[in-house]
Design a protein around this ligand. Structure first.
Ligand SMILES: *[C@@H]1O[C@H](CO)[C@@H](O)[C@H](O)[C@H]1NC(C)=O
Length: 479
């Protein structure tokens, strides 16, 4: 569900990621398979408090849609798999469904999309043939109500729709789905200006292949990278590799460059059974935290589609105690039902509205904050927020090579004073690329009077307004 692009407000502190590719957006899946969740009204307050501006639901529960009314939070609702066959068979059913479950709440509740079915091939295979006809009828109903421009129709596809995803360039849809469902779906999405929704879980790939796949690669931490010999592209994250496998599979069905991809679910469990290798709170915090920073920075594109701004919906808002299956299934939440975080993770750059920055949960790019600092990068930790101050730090996700090039520029032609990171100097330790690049980028940024565009380095840097500390090295906020 593509949100409006280019929403950066003109206030100076908002100019975080300048000129060029827009950042993606981060939303959260609000699943409710639990008997201990807060009331919908309390959940909406929680969303606003944390600056969560987009949610995806698995149904059209009236109490939930009413609670979201007037919140400014954008909503994707769902037509459950059980109703697919009826929606496909009868346009009148689809129209009545849209009237009752979407039009009745819109626009007070900002419904921007309808997920028609969920992982249909994986969990409701017997209605696979009805999927695109159901999507078509739901779209026709929206058109009839003059809502088709505002509300887009898609259907989350599980990554298991791919017959092959490794290496990414070999990505291809399963033969029984490719021509019969995926191609007509892509034609539909292209025709209606909608997005392809894909559920991607690097966790599953990692847990099944822990001896082969590096944890750093799965968690967006600095790593040696994986070369795709088919394309010559190098990958530094498993999610990128999964997404490019999807792009490759799509490309094999035709030219659908206009179809944007949304990661409709992704996440990492904070707990698992003994055989669920990699499950745990620290890894979940790393995965989700690094993912959010990555998506909200302008580096969200993949090696195959560097300009794509990938939007994601984290799975999930809460731990859901009534989910069947292994322990992990009940532990994907970023919040406990008591509304405490399961681990520390931010949903907006700069820590959201915490500290009264005035982010009312309306637009990710609209908050006046800087950015949280990469937890996985070079021992950088957050200190207290200082209003009005700003620093420039390296984006760990940019990878060593890009950071190295940007560091060379900053300390060379850029004119930054890099004596402080020479061996023996105060900021030589920690001796990591992220720490050294942060030092150099910040010196350059401060020296340039923090003017627009001076904390960018082709996307390898970003502004924070909490004092970064790297070991004993403190970055000055003015030179
Ligand atoms: C598909 O399978 C489900 C579960 O077995 C069943 O309830 C449903 O009636 C089936 N739908 C169709 C259209 O065959």
């Amino acid at each position: 569900m593509a949100p409006p692009r280019g929403r950066l407000l003109a206030a100076a502190l908002c100019l975080l990621f300048l000129a060029g590719a827009d950042a993606g957006t981060v939303g959260v899946n609000w699943g409710r398979v639990a008997n201990d969740l807060p009331s919908p009204a309390a959940v909406v307050q929680l969303l606003k408090q944390h600056g969560i501006a987009q949610v995806k639901l698995y149904d059209t529960e009236p109490a939930v849609l009413r609670a979201l009314a007037g919140s400014g939070i954008k909503v994707v609702v769902a037509l459950p798999n059980e109703q697919l066959a009826a929606a496909a068979r009868r346009p009148s059913y689809a129209l009545a469904w849209v009237r009752r479950n979407v039009a009745a709440y819109y626009p007070a509740t900002q419904i921007q999309g309808i997920a028609v079915g969920n992982e249909v091939f994986a969990t409701a295979a017997n209605v696979t043939a009805q999927l695109v006809p159901a999507m078509t009828n739901v779209h026709a109903a929206l058109a009839r109500l003059n809502m088709d421009k505002a509300v887009k129709v898609s259907s989350p596809v599980a990554l298991s729709a791919l017959a092959n995803s490794y290496p990414p360039s070999a990505g291809v849809f399963r033969e029984e789905l490719a021509q019969s469902v995926m191609k007509p779906m892509l034609d539909f999405l292209a025709r209606t200006g909608s997005d392809l929704m894909v559920n991607c879980y690097p966790f599953f790939a990692y847990a099944d292949n822990a001896g082969v796949i590096s944890l750093d690669y799965a968690l967006f931490r600095p790593n040696a990278g994986e070369l795709d010999s088919g394309s010559g592209l190098k990958y530094y994250s498993l999610l990128d590799a999964q997404l490019d496998a999807v792009f490759a599979a799509v490309g094999k069905l035709g030219s659908y460059n206009g179809v944007h991809v949304v990661v409709s679910e992704t996440g990492w469990p904070s707990k698992g059974d003994a055989k669920e290798v990699g499950a745990g709170a620290a890894n979940a915090a790393a995965y989700n935290g690094n993912l959010v920073r990555r998506v909200l920075s302008r580096n969200a594109g993949t090696p195959r589609r560097p300009d794509a701004d990938v939007d994601v919906y984290l799975f999930a808002l809460f731990n859901e105690n009534q989910k069947p299956g292994p322990t992990s299934e009940r532990n994907y939440g970023v919040f406990y039902p008591n509304q405490q975080k399961v681990y520390d993770v931010e949903f907006v750059l700069g820590g959201g509205s915490v500290g009264g920055k005035g982010n009312g949960g309306l637009g990710w790019q609209d908050n006046g904050g800087g950015s949280a600092v990469p937890a996985g990068g070079g021992g950088v930790v957050r200190a207290a927020a200082t209003p009005g101050e700003a620093w420039c730090v390296a984006n760990a996700m940019a990878g060593e090579a890009r950071l190295h090039a940007a560091l060379d520029y900053a300390c060379g032609p850029g004119g930054a004073d890099c004596k402080g990171i020479q061996p023996g100097a105060a900021c030589f330790e920690p001796n990591t690329m992220v720490a050294h690049a942060s030092y150099a980028f910040n010196d350059y940024y401060q020296r340039k009077g923090r003017s627009i565009g001076t904390c960018d380095f082709a996307g390898a840097a970003y502004v924070v307004n909490q004092a970064p500390k790297m070991g004993k090295c403190e970055l000055p906020s003015t030179v």
